[in-house]
Design a protein around this ligand. Structure first.
Ligand code: UD1
Length: 341
């Protein structure tokens, strides 16, 4: 036995989950993973074990399976939970909205009930900047109005409201919802990265697959937005900074009870064309790209005001756009077919 805190990470084999597991293991936490591998590979967990040099128990469990979840809580003394397990593709959420509510909202409710049954009171929740929708004012701080524009974003917003209700009713609960902007990049070792199944929806993994020759060219979705170069602006944040933010959140869970909401972003906006240029520089070859039509549901600009988390914990991002592109490119080169290769 040891006195390390044990963190259950749901969705721990995914892109952000796997980086967070490593960060926790490197900072003297014990970690237990559940994941149903619907959009992740068990290979990611083997990489985490190798990098950390520590054991990482993992269970193939669906977040909606209350009995199976209960068995994991019974087998381990869990101190806190980080909840990533969810569906996350905006376009898909418009095609199969009920499946999104079932997994994201139903799964979160199930998890909260199992935590309650096992007297676990501390949770970090994976939320999203997408709940802000089309911004009235930039940058976006946590007081900005929620205006989710698709079922994925709405499911995250409903979860936040559900958790706030739970905190009102159960005063011992302590929940931190982290609203992240656009996590990209990879672990600098090249061992961990983003390995989406099928053709990537998101810009960074798409560019990486073009650069490695798996896809022909990048389609830039719209060059007629009211931005300096006409393409959409996002606040890209290195996934290792996101993982670091989760580890800090776990360490601050005990500071107070109730619900806290914090943005994780850099505060710096980057356009699609700027990202294409930065990735071309990182990979050493100009990335073939063409201007295409707008993607339905996209908003022109999303940039975080990250000052609340900085004031609360003295935390800010430390990895810039060059590192995000260089690390994503390294993972893609070393793993041209992802974890399966
Ligand atoms: C969306 C969600 C975000 C979610 C993320 C993960 C919103 C506002 N954001 O981010 O909450 O966590 O998905 O799934 O709903 N682009 C191209 N060509 C491409 C792909 C993308 O030009 O092939 C552009 C998009 O139009 C967008 C930018 O690149 O302007 C970033 O897109 P993407 O990486 O998909 O992330 P978001 O849509 O911002």
């Amino acid at each position: 036995m040891n006195n390390r805190p044990t963190v259950l990470v749901t969705g721990g084999a995914g892109f952000i989950g796997s980086h967070t597991c490593l960060e926790l293991l490197e900072h003297d936490h014990d970690v237990v993973v559940i994941d149903n591998h619907s959009n992740s590979s068990p290979g990611a967990l083997d990489r985490v074990r190798k990098l950390a040099g520590r054991p990482l128990p993992a269970y193939e469990v669906d977040i909606r399976d209350r009995d199976a979840l209960g068995e994991v809580f019974a087998a381990h003394r869990i101190d806190a939970v980080i909840h990533f397990a969810a569906k996350k593709a905006v376009g898909e959420s418009m095609q199969i909205p009920l499946s999104y509510y079932d997994t994201n909202v139903g799964g979160t409710a199930t998890l909260l009930r199992v935590m309650q049954a096992h007297d676990v009171q501390q949770l970090v929740f994976s939320s999203s900047c997408s709940i802000y929708g089309e911004a009235e004012q930039l940058p976006l701080d946590e007081q900005s109005p929620a205006n989710p524009t698709n079922p994925y974003a709405r499911s995250k917003w409903i979860c936040e409201q559900m958790m706030a209700d739970a905190c009102t009713r159960y005063p011992d609960l302590g929940i931190i919802a982290l609203r992240y902007f656009n996590p990209v990049g990879a672990h600098p070792s090249g061992e961990l990265g983003e390995d989406p199944s099928g053709v990537p929806n998101n810009l960074m993994p798409y560019m990486a697959q073009v650069a490695v020759g798996r896809l022909d060219e990048v389609a830039v979705f719209g060059a007629d937005y009211p931005t300096p170069d006409g393409t959409c602006i996002r606040d890209y944040i290195h996934v290792v900074d996101v993982a670091d933010g989760h580890r800090l959140a776990v360490e601050h869970l005990g500071d107070e009870t109730g619900m806290r909401v914090l943005n994780l972003g850099t505060g710096v906006g980057v356009s699609v064309l700027e990202l294409v240029t930065a990735f071309s520089a990182a990979s050493g070859t100009p990335l073939p790209h063409r201007i295409a039509g707008r993607r339905p549901g996209d908003v022109a600009e999303l940039v975080a005001d990250p000052s609340r988390v900085e004031q609360a914990w003295g935390w800010r991002t430390t990895r810039d756009l060059t590192a995000m592109c260089a690390d994503a490119w390294r993972f893609q080169q070393l793993n041209p077919a992802g974890y399966g290769g």
